[in-house]
Design a binder for this molecule. Sequence first.
Ligand code: BG6
Length: 481
Amino acid sequence: MIEVGMLPNDFLWGGAIAAHQCEGAYREGGKGLTIADVLTAAGYNRDREIHDDVHEGVYYPSHNAIDFYHRYQEDIALFAEMGFKCLRLSISWARIFPEGDEEQPNEQGLAFYDRLFDCMHEHGIEPVVTLLHNDTPLGLVKKYGGWSNRRVLEFFERYCVAVMTHFKDKVRYWITFNEINNMLKYEFQLLTWVSGGVILPENLENQSAVFQVMHHQFLASARAVILGHAINPNFQMGCMTGFIMNYPATCNPDDTIESNKTYKRLYFCSDVQSRGYYPSYMLAYWRDNDIKVEMEPGDEEILRAGTVDYVAFSYYMSETVSADPEATSSGAAQKILKGIDNPYLERSEWGWTIDPVGLRIALNKLYGRYQKPVFIVECGLGAHDTVDTDGAIHDSYRIDYLRKHISELKKAVYEDGVDLMGFASWGPIDLVSASTGEMSKRYGYIYVDLDDEGKGTGNRYKKDSFYWYKQVIASNGEDLG
Ligand code: BG6
């Protein structure tokens, strides 16, 4: 029970990273290739390309990333110096089952995460582990067509049992999937690839294939929750949604209807994962759009039995939607953000709106809807940083962004009574950007000396935000500087 008016003493301050964006060592320790290992880096006006395999002479950012695989001890020590209580990270499925469909887990992969979790516990850092963060083994895509094939559930279940059993005394907080809802942005091929390991036609007419992938992932998530609770009843199992807040462009009721439609798509995954059944608004949408999803007897029972204990989400931005089809959006984020410009909000260098109050609204909406603890497991500002001649990195813009967001989350807890488990900001150490493959889109409190082609020493340097976040954590959010 949380006391209204204060952040709980066990509030999970920390950061969040994902295997394919930081580990590197893409073929070491028996690891197989993943769908992230065949993604190139984006260039000016060019998206990341999806290759069928690794091609010689091409730069793939995940291959070395920031070499966390070899440098994790140094990085964990730096997180501990900031006072981290938790670190959200993901296990790379292909380190445990290199092709995805083996019978037995790869011992070297398990051993790596044993070392990593031990190191975290030595530093008093609680792992929050995402079972799948956009890096399905490539073998499963080649042999089975990725998540469009129901057989992948069986392999995912085997993987879940292997890791949840092996780490049952080292990990308590689990997140089943990262942002299943990205599948709904199917017009952006990169997103259906990273979410489902599928490539869909750009002008997709019937969306059955999108929802079939999602149905398989909902089942897989529910099975992971059921198995997790059986393996260790103390496990806390969560879902994770990419939450882009939205506002109606005007008080024209039609704009509110448009906004509601956008929210329904936003809530869809957490509705299924948290409530355990398909919402009626989506069944109506399927009916009206001739969408057919193949389900088997027993599926509904699995969804009902596998509801999550908490609702985690990422929060970066908001969008403003209009019923007027002529209304257009400007800015670099057009593929991710819909709708029109919001005159009240600034944008990041990558065109993402900056909306701290939106975080408070998001917390209220999610907690109000589910009445389950909520957890901010990603939030942050991607920005270019400059290293001064004396080696310092003065990232006041990042401090400003985070200060405002943390201030709003406190209001959500203090004034609105939201049960918030923690705040894990995205990329506490600079890592490879998921949307662009760049290193120069930096989120970290810790600077990593690598450029967009992976060149540099890889050495780590503390930014001004490092000292600032340390003081935030030490004061349990009271001292925001
Ligand atoms: C989240 C993803 O949606 O956004 C992360 O879960 C990703 O993997 C983050 O890195 C920020 O996006 P980007 O493109 O700036 O790296």
